[in-house]
Every structure is written in structure tokens, then in C-alpha cells.
Design a protein around this ligand. Structure first.
Ligand code: SF4
Length: 623
């Protein structure tokens, strides 16, 4: 909040809030030191430990919050008493009635709970530990990384089901650095990667993993559908410091047809990947037969790979989705290793014309039911969301999920807010992702410039990660998450002081910032090539004695100096700016055509028009 200012001892004009009725709702200023003159965040007051957490004000007509949490969906046989009536003499792990175990603790909001579980119960998942009041090492690490929440608050949010720590107990033995996903924490981003039947391999995917981590991916999904899936997954798990997610149905059908899918295959594959250390599984259990009639009027049907495969299975066998039918058994395997659910939205819209339709929302209702069932079996849950959504519908989608799924973290793909910019979908989706994160998403799945067009390469991964770091960070500032604007403020001060070294150092991508500056002027001056010396407003402001602006402590400009030569990487950044030349594009296209066996002047042989049956398609794709 702005305090009343005085100039030369004279009372200044009323604050902007007093004069203009700026709609402040009590959110903290995201700048630790209330730097500058902005009134700060216009979001709602933080409610960590409550259903709102960090939240945008609701536009009229939006769904409200749920009155329930994961505490309302406990495993059979568990009992919880809350409030001051809790049994004061009962200590943790002390034998209780009929040999039951009793855990009593007071949460960070002062609510005392006594939780009774059957004798011999041993907590495995972060959710189970949190429900018993236990602060795990992973919760402590998460609180340390977040900075604005305590380990006890992390525990309480995990217990409420509003926050997850995707940390498979096997992966924790390798290099995993625990992180969390939820609205009480900062917004996270995911990078997808994985070999396809026509491109990439294990070494290239591990290289992409390192690249994604370097550019800020908080989790990585291995979506491989080609090459040696097992070897690739194992290599990624052993190399990664971030949680790894998979869509196990891809492995289930490799070398088979979807019709072969059965209970044994599902459970065996899940157990294998869980034992390997995968931290979260996308499970498309929310697509059920009752939803399929809603698809026929869509412009683009089902665009989720898992959703389309399972829809085909249901139609061929005339049976219910096996992921839905065997959901409880799936939960039990995931609990054993603390693999978190990412409940997949198999019916997500594939274009603006199909957004927020019956199919999508009916599936969300089923996902809400599955969320409750997974909580009852001790599993951590996040929910996947769309996809392609017009800008005006983003808030509604976020708040409907918050209500139906009782605040379970929402993990959204984009969403793209327009469909006519293939090649730039990291931008079209980054706009939707920023709105989604402001209104309710907890994690954003990146989209790269290759979306809808091909398999992302290293630079596409970088472009996607950066676009989504921008979305996540912008939303966190808007929500008033404490301290999230501090680096922005520090950069603003360096920029005002024309301190180029500091300006580059504080940039998210220092190499690109320096390369673009030095491309025009590799001399450290008190202006840059954009406006030139005489027109540099920052330099002129700096000279105005009354302004505090630009007077950075400890920074004195010396004589102009020439910067060191650009590094190889910075030169490459400049060389690869803009678009590829027509010759380069042609060379790349020719390479792909050769790889998939296309003859000169005709479509690739793997094009569906040219494949007689499934067996030939598999042959062509080398699976
Ligand atoms: S020359 Fe223009 S763009 Fe460059 S520092 Fe000055 S005001 Fe900013």
C-alpha cells in the first residue's frame, strides 16, 4: 500500500487509492521493500491454509470455492476429531482404543486434530505423513525453496490436498530435489520431451532434460513413444534433479494394439514404472463411455493421445474405461511408491470451437470423483486441464476446477487463446497460461514453437521454457506472492542507473541480453543504440537532481570501455536470430522425408493415407 508522501515537508496529494478508488483487496505487495511507487498487487489477501490460498478476485458469476478438502475423504477406518475437544492426554504414536494409533497435532492455523488409524499403519506418501502431522524432510526442503511458507504450512496444504510434493521414494535416492505444486506456492512449469518413432533417442532426450532444467523447468514429462522407452526413462530418472512424469499408456501399447490393453498389462506397467522412480503418472481414468456421445459434434474430436486410445478401446470392447474400472488398484500401486496422480484430461478441447463444452466439463466432474477416491487411498493428486480456451473463458475453467476438485492443484496445458499461429504457439499459449496462473492453475505445461508441427528440438525447449517462466512469474507477481518482484525491482534499479553489467546479470537469460546489446554497441555507455545519447530518457532522468531514479549506491560510471568479445554462445544467439533461411528449412524437411521413407515429390510413407493397416504403420514407424 502507498503511504502518504511529503515533499519538502509539505503534505502531498492523497494517495492514488484515495483519489481513484484503485481496487486493492488486501494482497501483499510482491516487493519485499515496497520499492517504487506502484500500489502493489490487486489480488485478494493471501489465504494460505484456507481455500483461496493466493487468488484473483472473482469476476461476478464465477464458481466459488469448495467447502471440502482432502480431510473430508479419508481412508476407511481413519477417524479425525478437531478443535479444543481433541484428547489432550493423547500423544503421538501412543496406543489408543483397541490398539489403534493416535496422532495429535496443532496446525499452522491453530486447529488441533487428533487422527486415529489402525495399529500397524505405516505412512508412505507425503499426504499420509501430513495427515498424521508429520513434517517430512521433503516438506522442509520445499519450504526452504519457496521462501514464503513454513514447513508446517507446507504440511497443512499437503494434508488438505491443495499441494503435492511429487517425489517417488525411489527417485529420492537419486538426485531429485523436492519441489511442490499448489496455489500456496509459486507457479511451476513443466517441459515435455520424449523420443517419437521418427525422431530422437536416449542421449538426445537426456540432453534436452539438462537443457530444460537449465531454463527453469520445475518438472519434466517423458512422453516417449519411440526408441527404447525403458532405457530412455531410466536414463532420465537417474540424471534429473526435477520430478519426472510419464503417460504410462504409451508403454502399455508399444508393440501391441490398443485393443490388447487389459487389467494385467495396466497394473504391470504401472508397477514397473513406479519401481523405476517415476514421480507422477498421467492416468486418463476420467474419460468414460457416457462422455463419448458429446464428442461427435466437436470440430476436432479427441486430441489427447491417451483419451483417443481409451475411447477406441471402449468402443471396440463395448466396455467401460479400464483405467476407471481398476482405479482403486492403480491407487494402491501408486501409494506404494508415492507416485502422484496427474488425472489426465483425455477430452480436453483441441480448438477454441470445442472449449468449455459438455465433454470437457463432464470429464472434469468424473475427475473430481476420482480425486476424492485417490485421496481416500492416501495418494497425492493434481488435475490436468485444457488445452485451447478463449481468453474470456480461462477464469471460469480455473475456478470450476477449484470448486469441483476441492482445490486440488490444477495443471494446465497452455491454454492457447487463438488457433491461427502455428509456429508461434509458445506465445499464443503463454498468454492463456498467464491468465490461467493468475486465476487458479498451479502448474503450466509448456508449449513450444513446434506444437502441432513436430518434435521439439533443443532450442524449441528453451523457447517454450522461457515463455512459460514469463507466464508463471508474471502471475506470481500479480498474485502478491511475497518477494516475487524483488529481482524485477533490482533490475529496474540497474536499468535506471544504466549499469549494464548488473542489468545483464539480473536478466533471466544474461547471454541473450548481452548479445543483443553488444550487437549494436559493444561499448559500456550511459545510453544504448535504441535511442542514442541525445534521446536517452534514462540518462536525462539521471541528470535531474530531484529524482532518486538512477542514483544506484556504489555504482559510478567510469570512462567508456569496450566489452569483452562475445562468447561463442552469444555469437550463436545472434546468428540464429529470426527465422531459418529457405535453404535451411528445405534441408531440414528433406532430412525428415528421408527418415520416414518419403519418395521425391510424394507424401511420407507413414502418412495415414498411404498405410494399408496397423501392421504396416508399425513397420513404417519402426515399432
Ligand atoms: S537509449 Fe533508450 S532504450 Fe537505451 S537506455 Fe536510453 S532510454 Fe533506454
Amino acid at each position: 500500500m502507498i503511504t502518504e508522501a511529503k515533499v519538502n515537508g509539505v503534505k502531498a496529494r492523497p494517495t492514488v487509492e484515495e483519489r481513484f478508488g484503485v481496487p486493492m483487496h488486501g494482497a501483499a505487495n510482491p516487493s519485499t521493500g515496497n520499492e517504487g511507487t506502484s500500489p502493489g498487487s490487486m489480488a485478494l489477501a493471501a489465504d494460505v491454509g484456507g481455500p483461496l490460498m493466493f487468488s484473483s478476485p472473482d469476476t461476478p458469476g464465477m464458481p466459488g470455492v469448495s467447502g471440502k478438502t482432502a480431510w473430508d475423504f479419508l481412508p476407511a477406518g481413519w477417524e479425525v476429531e478437531t478443535g479444543s475437544t481433541a484428547h489432550q492426554s493423547c500423544g503421538k504414536n501412543k496406543d489408543h482404543r483397541s490398539g489403534d494409533l493416535c496422532y495429535q497435532f496443532t496446525d499452522s492455523r491453530g486447529v488441533t486434530r487428533r487422527v486415529t488409524v489402525s495399529a500397524g499403519f505405516v505412512p508412505i506418501t507425503q499426504l499420509e505423513h501430513a495427515r498424521l502431522g508429520i513434517v517430512t524432510e521433503q516438506m522442509k526442503r520445499v519450504a526452504q525453496r519457496e521462501g514464503h511458507v513454513s514447513a508446517e504450512q507446507v504440511r497443512d496444504e499437503v494434508a488438505a490436498g491443495r499441494l503435492i510434493i511429487p517425489a517417488n521414494t525411489v527417485h529420492l535416492k537419486y538426485r531429485l530435489d523436492p519441489m511442490c505444486i499448489g496455489r500456496a506456492s509459486k507457479t511451476k512449469i513443466n517441459a515435455n520431451m520424449g523420443a517419437s518413432p521418427v525422431s530422437s533417442g536416449t542421449d538426445e532426450e537426456v540432453e534436452k532434460l539438462r537443457w530444460a532444467e537449465r531454463w527453469g523447468a520445475d518438472t519434466v514429462m517423458d512422453l516417449s513413444t519411440g526408441g527404447d522407452l525403458d532405457e530412455c526413462r531410466e536414463a532420465i530418472l537417474r540424471a534429473s534433479t526435477v520430478p519426472i512424469g510419464t503417460v504410462p499408456i504409451y508403454s502399455m501399447i508399444l508393440g501391441r494394439t490398443i485393443e490388447d490393453l487389459n487389467r494385467e498389462l495396466i497394473l504391470e506397467t504401472l508397477r514397473h514404472q513406479a519401481a523405476q522412480g517415476v514421480d507422477y503418472f498421467t492416468i486418463h481414468a476420467g474419460v468414460v463411455r457416457a462422455h463419448l456421445p458429446y464428442i461427435k459434434d466437436r470440430l476436432i474430436g479427441i486430441v489427447s493421445r491417451g483419451g483417443s486410445l481409451l475411447a477406441k478401446w471402449m468402443l471396440v470392447h463395448d466396455k467401460e474405461n479400464p483405467m476407471y474400472e481398476h482405479f482403486d488398484e492403480i491407487c494402491d500401486i501408486m501409494r506404494e511408491y508415492d507416485v502422484s496422480f496427474s488425472l489426465g484430461d483425455g477430452l480436453r478441447p483441441g480448438g477454441l470451437a470445442d472449449a468449455t463444452d459438455n465433454a470437457q466439463l463432464a470429464e472434469l466432474e468424473t475427475i473430481a470423483e476420482l480425486t476424492e477416491r485417490a485421496w481416500r487411498r492416501g495418494c497425492q493428486v493434481m488435475v490436468e486441464g485444457p488445452g485451447h480456451v478463449p481468453f474470456d473463458q480461462v477464469e471460469y475453467n480455473m475456478k470450476l476446477e477449484r470448486k469441483l476438485c476441492h482445490g486440488a492443484p490444477f495443471y494446465v496445458l497452455g491454454p492457447l487463446v487463438t488457433d491461427i499461429f502455428p509456429g508461434y504457439d509458445h506465445i499464443t499459449s503463454c498468454i492463456g497460461a498467464t491468465a490461467a496462473a493468475y486465476h487458479g492453475a498451479a502448474m503450466l505445461c509448456y508449449v513450444t514453437p513446434k506444437e502441432h508441427l513436430g518434435l521439439p528440438k533443443r532450442d524449441d525447449v528453451k523457447q517454450g521454457c522461457i515463455a512459460y517462466k514469463i507466464a508463471a512469474h508474471s502471475a506470481d507477481i500479480a498474485l502478491g506472492i511475497p518477494g516475487t518482484r524483488d529481482q524485477d525491482d533490482a533490475l529496474t534499479k540497474a536499468r535506471a542507473a544504466l549499469n549494464w553489467e548488473k542489468h545483464f546479470e539480473l536478466s533471466f537469460d544474461p547471454d541473450t541480453a548481452r548479445a543483443l546489446h553488444d550487437e549494436d554497441m559493444d561499448v559500456d555507455t550511459d545510453f544504448c543504440a535504441m535511442c542514442g545519447h541525445d534521446w536517452c530518457s534514462v540518462r536525462i532522468s539521471k541528470e535531474i537532481q530531484e529524482f532518486a531514479s538512477g542514483k544506484a549506491d556504489g555504482f559510478e560510471r567510469g570512462a567508456p570501455v569496450r566489452s569483452a568479445a562475445l562468447t561463442v554462445e552469444q555469437r550463436q544467439i545472434l546468428e540464429s536470430r529470426g527465422v531459418l533461411s529457405p535453404e535451411e528449412i528445405h534441408a531440414l524437411a528433406a532430412k525428415s522425408k528421408h527418415k520416414v521413407g518419403a519418395k521425391s515429390g510424394v507424401k511420407a510413407a507413414c502418412h495415414s493415407d498411404y498405410v494399408a493397416d496397423d501392421a504396416e504403420a508399425k513397420l513404417v514407424q519402426g515399432v
